[in-house]
Design a protein around this ligand. Sequence first.
Ligand code: CDP
Ligand code: CDP
Length: 219
Amino acid sequence: MNKNITVAIDGPAGAGKSTVAKKMAEMLSFEYIDTGAMYRALTLKILKLGLDPMSVEDVVNTMNSTSIDFKDNHIYLDNIQVDKEIRENIISQNVSYIAKIKEVREGMVRIQQELAKTKSVIMDGRDITTVVLPNADFKFFITASVEERANRRYKELIEKGENNISYEDIKREIENRDKIDSTREIAPLTQSRDSYKIDTTNKTIDECIEEMISMINRR
Ligand code: CDP
Ligand code: CDP
């Protein structure tokens, strides 16, 4: 009988989690689950409805009548693919307020745990090693300096043609998100004691993947 393998990755924005997780999932034929995309999708719906991301009642009521699914590595909000919209900067600016809400976290964690029950997965986010998959086979904490992370995100926006945002704006947004994510009451971003830490500030994506695969092979 083959056991399903779980790889859990946590870390702050722009550290390289999703890039390495996607590549490793392809190499290992695992499913990649981007949990941040789920919080972003709910944020998109709240903003589209003109609701306040800080209103717990509005957010929870909206979540209870919303469907969020993954199909073939795409994310669907109420059956509409929203891969592109959820990456907009307005979503990044608001998502951490929604992700602080206890009922939202409970709902998302339940779905994420179900997704990992029937297949081998690589899942990334902020509370995967600590709350969602505390018994994961492999746990990583991927980080980088805030300057490097802001620089990576700034480059991405310039490449997408979003020239109306400065590097300083991006750095401020990331610092604000780091602060909310790591000081919130429920499931704050933190390195669990049994996670293997990789600082990618001066590492390429391939170097990071090599380090992860060699750590996995060692076990
Ligand atoms: O891609 P990026 O690192 O910018 O962020 P993300 O992984 O898409 O996550 C967006 C936001 O969702 C985070 O800043 C957290 O506020 C929230 N999040 C969370 O609370 N728990 C997770 N497991 C994943 C994301
Ligand atoms: O998922 P997370 O927010 O942790 O980061 P990401 O979206 O995977 O990576 C942010 C950007 O940094 C992407 O454009 C990656 O190509 C880039 N990156 C890099 O230049 N060097 C690395 N070692 C890791 C990521």
